[in-house]
Design a protein around this ligand. Structure first.
Ligand SMILES: Cc1ncc(COP(=O)(O)O)c(C=O)c1O
Length: 419
């Protein structure tokens, strides 16, 4: 066994999530016929991909442009023209008082969370230890293991609102939230992966007030939100101010392979993120910026998100919910109201087996989903609900999603019957 540090051991020993991702990858490699409703990949939408192709062709045709894009390091803050274009877009769309000094790029927003969480939590110079508070679980699986220190997260059980017989929505339970000196920052994904929840404007305002009152940042993970990729099906007001850090990404627009994350924050935080970039990567990658800068400048990225991407996923969400409502008839099931993202969160109340057992059974039948208990970073209490939910990605082709949902419904019914 190689002798490594505590941190090395923590990461290298493998987390639940890396085992799960390995398992999903192995299942895919073993069979061509697997129905992949498990990962977080966005769909390949032809009308969107055409834009990226055209943009790439332009880059190649204009002599010198391609060479500059691949032949130079950008500054640690990220590509200047792209940052200027993003700042112009956000100022004109939302009226935010924002300049280039308020934006830094990272290699995917996942890298931004690694930087931000370890900047605002962990050991402090005065000897205190701080944590990141997720006001509501379930929350994004990718946050779970980015802490350099152990035990970096605290989270809370949500309030559950039953909207219809089979549709529910989680809310932040503010009575449970206690922002002590131990909290270094508050973080929410909005829209939320895995549930498709969109925290209400009033919840976001209250969280912002709480953060301000405690002089800590509120981090809003806007990977699916406005103004791009705009995979959000309800009305919601975007928020940014000097104590809020908004994280965005080109991934869910359809460019996950370019690894482009966008951090919007006050000048001091942006300077620190740039320093992290310099140490970890010298500079963030340039290709995402090279492909999309013109689309950002012209506003095309907003039209594409509004007119193509959002309707594409909204239609799919509607079809998936309709099918589950029909096929799960007779089961005590509840679907989180799909307000954004491309996931359905299915709660099977009183499920006689665990979410993990259901995952295994579905895998045997060729359908991959993600067991719900992975989405509770920092949640230590025992709560049956954690083991009664699964996340379903509905972004694949209609036939694949439909065949997968049919098998899920069949296996779920069987589980209740066996009991
Ligand atoms: C809520 C959320 N945040 C952040 C990310 C990270 O995305 P990326 O690193 O590709 O920007 C994802 C990816 O699935 C996500 O779902």
């Amino acid at each position: 066994m190689v002798n490594v540090s505590r941190f090395g051991k923590k990461v290298a020993e493998g987390s639940g999530i890396s085992r799960l991702m390995g398992d999903l990858g192995d299942a895919l490699a073993e069979s061509q016929n697997i129905l992949m409703l498990g990962g977080g990949n966005p769909a390949h939408i032809p009308r969107v991909q055409e834009h990226f192709r055209e943009s790439m062709l332009k880059l190649l045709e204009n002599v010198g442009e391609f060479e500059r894009a691949v032949g130079n390091y950008d500054p640690p803050q990220g590509n200047k023209e792209f940052i200027e274009a993003i700042s112009g877009l956000l100022a004109s769309e939302f009226g935010w008082d924002i300049e280039s000094k308020n934006i830094a790029l990272t290699n995917g927003s996942q890298a931004a969370f690694f930087i931000l969480f370890n900047m605002f939590a962990g050991a402090f110079e005065n000897g205190s230890k701080k944590k990141i508070l997720f006001p509501l679980a379930p929350e994004y699986i990718g946050y779970c293991d980015v802490g350099l220190a152990d035990d970096l997260f605290i989270t809370n059980r949500p309030e559950i609102e039953h909207i219809e017989e089979h549709i529910f929505k989680y809310h932040v339970d503010f009575d449970r939230i206690n922002v002590t000196d131990e909290i270094g920052a508050v973080c929410v994904s909005r829209p939320t992966n895995p549930t498709g929840n969109v925290l209400t404007d009033s919840e976001i305002e209250k969280l912002s007030d709480l953060a301000l009152a405690n002089d800590i940042p509120l981090i809003i993970d806007n990977a699916y939100g406005m103004p791009f990729p705009n995979i959000i099906f309800t009305k919601a007001k975007p928020l940014w101010n000097q104590h809020t850090v908004v994280c965005m990404s080109l991934s869910k627009l359809g460019l996950p392979a370019t690894r482009t994350g966008i951090v919007i924050a006050n000048e001091e935080i942006i300077a620190m993120v740039s320093q992290f970039n310099a140490v970890m990567n010298l500079a963030p990658g340039s290709m995402g910026a090279a492909i999309t800068t013109d689309m950002v400048r012209s506003g095309e990225i907003i039209r594409l998100s509004r007119d193509v991407i959002r309707p594409f996923y909204e239609k799919k969400a509607g079809e998936a919910v309709k099918q589950l409502l029909e096929e799960l008839d007779g089961v005590d099931f509840h679907i989180h109201k799909p307000e954004g993202t491309f996931f359905l969160w299915l709660w099977l109340k009183g499920l006689p087996i665990t979410d993990q057992q259901l995952y295994q059974r579905l895998k045997k039948r060729g359908v991959l989903v993600v067991p719900g208990h992975y989405f509770f970073p920092g949640f230590k209490a025992e709560w049956k609900h954690k083991h009664e939910c699964i996340r379903i990605n509905y972004s694949q082709d209609k036939e694949i999603v439909s065949a997968g949902l049919k098998i899920i419904a069949d296996e779920v019914k069987q589980a209740y019957k066996d009991d």
